[in-house]
Each structure stands twice: as C-alpha cells, then as structure tokens.
Design a protein around this ligand. Structure first.
Ligand code: UD1
Ligand code: UDP
Length: 389
C-alpha cells in the first residue's frame, strides 16, 4: 500500500479534496492519510462533518486575523514534522491557498513526490488574486504530477514548460462534490426555509478575497443600493468569518429586513440555497465553478478570473470591484429579462463528476500499478450548451 498524505486547511480545499479522499479509501493500492493545517477552523470543520472525514493529524494553526507569514510559518513547521513521521509515497495538495503552497514545500524539503490538484489556473497578475496567483505558481514548481481541471489550465502549464506527460486533465473535483452532495434529500432549516419560500427574488452574496479588502465597503454599498432600488429582492449573505469582512458587512448591510447576514452555511445548505437563487454575486473561486452547473448566472466581483471557461460560455460576467459597475451589472440582470436569460444556462466546463477517479487512475499510472494512462476530461462547449429554463 502506498501512503498518500492529503494536506488541506481551508473550506474550499476540504470540499475539493473530500471526493479524492473517498476515492482513495476505496482503492486497494493507496492508504489515504489526512493532515489538516486548520488554517480555517469552523469553516473547515463544517466540511469535514458533511463528508464524514476524521483527520489523522490536525495542526490547529488558525488565529483570529492571522497574517500570511503567520500561517506560513506555523504550517511549514507542523507539516514537516508530520511528513517526517508518516514518510508517505506522495503528498497531495489542492488549489492555491497558503496551506497548498506550504504543503508542497514541506514535501519537497523531505524529497516526497507532490501531486497538485487543480493545477494550472492563472491570471498572470501577481496581486490578483493575492496571494493565490503566486501560491499556485510556486506549487507548480514543486509538483511532480499536475492535475489540471481543464484544457485551459493544461495549456497554461505547457506554456510554463511543465512536461506534457506530467499533466493529467481530470476535471475539477468540486463537481464530484457538488454531484455527490446535491443528490441527497435535503430540507432547509427554519431560518432558511422562510427566506427561500418567500416570493422575492433571492440574490446570494459571498465575499472574502484579500485583494478586495480595501474595496469591500464599495462592494457592500452597491449591494445596499440594489436592495433600495429593487423592492422584490432578498439578499442572502453567509458572511465569511474573517473579522474584517464581518465588520464592513454588518456596518453597511446590517439591520435591513431584506438582507440576511448569516453565519457561513454548511456545504449542503449552501448548494441548495444556490439552486434556489435568481442571481449570485461573488468573489469566490469555487462558486464560479459550481453555479454554472446549477444554471445560476453569476456576477464575479473581481478584476480578473483564472476561470475563463464560464466567462467564455457567457454563464458568468466579470464586473470588477468598482461599486458602480457591480450595481449596473446586477441591476441589468434584474431588469433586462433577455440579458438575464442569455446568461441562464446550465453547463459544466469544469468537470463531469469523475475527476477524483481520474486522479486515482493517474496515481496508479505514476506508481506503475497500471500501464494505462487515464483518458483526459474533455468539454465541448457547443454540445453542452443547454439554454434557459
Ligand atoms: C483563505 C485563503 C484563500 C481562500 C479562502 C477560502 C490564503 C492566504 N487564503 O482566505 O485563498 O480563497 O481561504 O475561504 O490561504 N476565520 C475564522 N474561522 C474560520 C475561517 C476563518 O474565524 O473557520 C477568520 C480568522 O480570523 C482568520 C481569518 O478568518 O484569521 C482569515 O482566514 P485566512 O485563512 O487567513 O484567510 P481567508 O481570507 O479565509
Ligand atoms: N461555501 C459553503 N458555505 C458558504 C459559502 C461557500 O459551503 O457559506 C462553499 C462553496 O459552495 C464553494 C466553497 O465554499 O464550494 C468556496 O469557498 P470560498 O468562497 O471560501 O473560497 P474560494 O473558492 O474562493 O477559494
């Protein structure tokens, strides 16, 4: 049995590593071992609970208002100790957080092979998103196997001279999770039930990006203006636990009967809220991948995106972070039915729910347990465009 050490620390990494953990657990060749840095605490634990994962090691590094250097130092030391103790055949990291980069670095320091899940996403803008663009580039330098979700990310890696044979196009594991969780029966808890069943159009909001911290006030002002000018909308905003975001959100959007500022929702609740929304306003990476497969239009409140696929398919629109632009884009989607319907399409450029399976098959191939390279994930835009409801 090969020991595969899965390292993750934040909510989105956990959501995207959970299906891979479950797939590895079924394999006769690999023993998955989970170490969480717990760069996030409550938001990570929500995901562990939903997927029923009990970490083998928990570094518990989170501190309120933590700095990038703080997370880096605490995670690096803790992860090096675990890697020495476990001596895995491979370390698997996901995405572009500080835990991701530091996990790959710790593995490299101990000469352990690294597999990078969700490799090759790029904006080519050092500070957008910050620090994720550099985290993922550095992870690419350290990785031995690159699990690119799409052809676009494959091409980005090729441009950086990553060897073609080291890249596997797998789809994004987020779609594995989405399909796994959304097929379960679900009843909303009372707090959500009354909002979801109201006749108002629901707009889901999430915001957390570090490079947007200085613009959060403008972003929240734009949302407040939407509520003032459209009396048939209700904002559902599960607020990230970062104290800075909470403070601005509460100050600007608190005490409004058509704005629900909620605690972070567990993944299952969040997906079902997404399904019931008219529109999503977000700066999240994961939400940009999930929403198109649920057929919900998205306004991406960021200057750049490393996920051009849904943009190209016109299922999401990039508004930038300027308050007026966000307001204008969302207001148009609320009042121009033709524009709205042109964006309301169900499509999935990011995966088909078999990414974890392909990653497992790639690992078998890498360790010469199989002589067959798995087939790449392919998405054909034209075949998959299903227009409006
Ligand atoms: C981190 C990642 C970002 C990812 C995001 C997903 C880095 C540098 N940033 O950003 O790439 O998109 O997670 O959400 O890796 N907090 C809690 N409880 C929690 C989680 C966070 O209280 O469960 C608060 C703490 O005060 C913490 C702060 O939020 O210090 C910020 O957390 P941190 O992980 O540093 O940054 P995020 O903005 O969450
Ligand atoms: N999510 C969740 N509860 C919430 C908000 C988001 O479970 O209240 C999920 C969402 O479905 C997606 C992931 O968290 O899979 C995105 O996390 P986040 O936006 O924090 O990080 P990013 O994807 O931007 O790195």
């Amino acid at each position: 049995m090969h020991k595969a050490l899965l390292i993750f620390g934040t909510r989105p990494e956990a959501i995207k590593m959970a299906p891979l953990f479950l797939e590895l657990k079924k394999s006769k060749h690999f023993e998955p071992i989970v170490v969480v840095t717990a760069q996030h605490r409550e938001m990570l634990d929500q995901v562990l609970k939903i997927f029923n994962i009990e970490p083998d090691f928990d570094l518990d590094i989170m501190k309120p208002g933590q700095s990038l250097e703080g997370i880096t130092i605490r995670a690096l030391e803790g992860l090096c100790n675990i890697i020495k103790r476990v001596n895995p055949s491979i370390v698997l990291v996901q995405g572009d957080t500080t835990t991701t980069y530091v996990g790959a670095l710790a593995a490299f320091y101990h000469k352990i092979a690294v597999g990078h899940v969700e490799a090759g996403l790029r904006t080519y803008d050092k500070f957008n998103p910050y620090p994720e663009e550099i985290n993922r580039k550095m992870t690419t330098c350290l990785a031995d196997l690159h699990f690119a979700p799409t052809i676009t990310s494959f091409n980005n890696l090729i441009k950086e001279n990553v060897k073609k044979e080291d890249i596997y196009i797998t789809g994004n594991t987020v779609i594995d999770s989405l399909l796994h969780i959304s097929k379960r029966d679900y009843d909303f808890p009372p707090i959500l039930n009354s909002i979801i069943n109201s006749p108002l159009r629901k707009i889901l909001v999430t915001a957390h990006r570090r490079e947007n911290w200085d613009e959060m006030k403008n972003i929240f002002q734009a949302i407040k203006k939407l509520v003032e000018n459209f009396d048939d909308i209700h904002i559902i905003f599960p607020v990230h636990m970062n104290p800075k975001i909470r403070f601005d959100a509460q100050n600007i959007l608190g005490n409004n009967s058509r704005v629900s500022l909620l605690e972070p929702l567990d993944y299952e609740a969040f997906i079902h809220v997404m399904k019931n929304c008219y529109l999503i306003l977000t700066d999240s990476g994961g939400v940009q991948e999930e929403a198109p497969s649920l057929g919900i239009p998205v306004v991406v409140m960021r200057k750049t995106t490393e996920r051009p696929e849904a943009l190209k398919a016109n299922a999401v629109v990039l508004s930038g972070t300027d308050g007026e632009k966000i307001y204008d884009t969302a207001a148009r989607l609320l009042s121009d039915k033709t524009f709205y319907l042109s964006m309301k399409k169900k499509l999935n450029p990011y995966g088909d729910g078999r990414a974890s399976f392909r990653i497992l098959r790639s690992l078998e191939y890498f360790f010469k347990l199989s002589s067959e390279r798995p087939e790449d994930f392919r998405y054909d835009y034209d075949d998959n465009l299903i227009s409006e409801t």
